[in-house]
Design a protein around this ligand. Sequence first.
Ligand SMILES: NC(=O)c1ccc[n+]([C@@H]2O[C@H](COP(=O)([O-])OP(=O)(O)OC[C@H]3O[C@@H](n4cnc5c(N)ncnc54)[C@H](O)[C@@H]3O)[C@@H](O)[C@H]2O)c1
Length: 259
Amino acid sequence: MTSTKRLDQRVALVTGGARGIGAGIAARLAAEGAHVVIADIDEAEAVTMAGTLANTTARHVDIADPSSVASLAASIDGAFGRLDILVNNAAILDATPIADLTMERYRRVLDVNLNGALGVTFAILPLIRRGGAARRILNIASIMGVRGSRDSLAYSTAKGGVVNMTRCLASDLAPDAINVNAICPGFIDTRMALLPDGSGHEHDTDWFKDIYIKYRRIPLARSGKPEDIAGPAYFLCSDDSAYVTGQILLVDGGVSSTF
Ligand SMILES: NC(=O)c1ccc[n+]([C@@H]2O[C@H](COP(=O)([O-])OP(=O)(O)OC[C@H]3O[C@@H](n4cnc5c(N)ncnc54)[C@H](O)[C@@H]3O)[C@@H](O)[C@H]2O)c1
């Protein structure tokens, strides 16, 4: 019997796929038939996550380390000889107040969240050029990349860079038939939403419940789950997005449409 899964025969790489949004995207791509490579700085967690999914393998990578990224590309080349879908998802949060923000900290956040995503893209491009008919790059940015807020200069600047990097790559790679798009998640329930002081989850605080839920600054009146990102991500990695490139899709329960 032939399979009818829509991503059969595709090979996908999801950076930072060991948990959270990346794991949600990896699970969806695998469920649609793709062979998924989860590459994460936390190799143990990546191996555990890959073990729960069909057709999924784990690799170690530090996206901010060019030699680690080169090893990842060589390993995927050896195993598959090509790649169809790259999801640049790995990132770190930074919520340093401006009075405490050093250039060293700023550069570290830019190195991981912006330069890391571009470094992975460059290293993987030769493999995507050998991909099948539907070649896709999906960058996970953030609503912080299209809005400003307090204590987020480094993170938001990096994510704003990811947004415009997406548009430029879409133009540069269109001749190679590679579509490049970005998703900007809103408030999603993952470990990234844990408060830095260890006091719990941002979405469980009284101020969050008041402003965003009770008074509906998030019109859909709830925070998101990784699966809320995985559906739009699947669309942007599938044949259905053949005429979509250079686009920035805000998946945020409507929060960015209010003021
Ligand atoms: N959770 C949110 O509310 C939210 C909102 C907007 C955007 N995002 C973005 O979504 C993406 C996923 O975030 P998440 O919420 O799932 O966070 P998370 O912290 O749960 O997961 C991030 C993953 O990236 C990995 N990682 C971190 N640094 C890495 C590196 N140098 N090399 C390789 N892997 C690395 C981590 O080990 C982890 O598995 C990120 O790009 C984040 O900026 C998240």
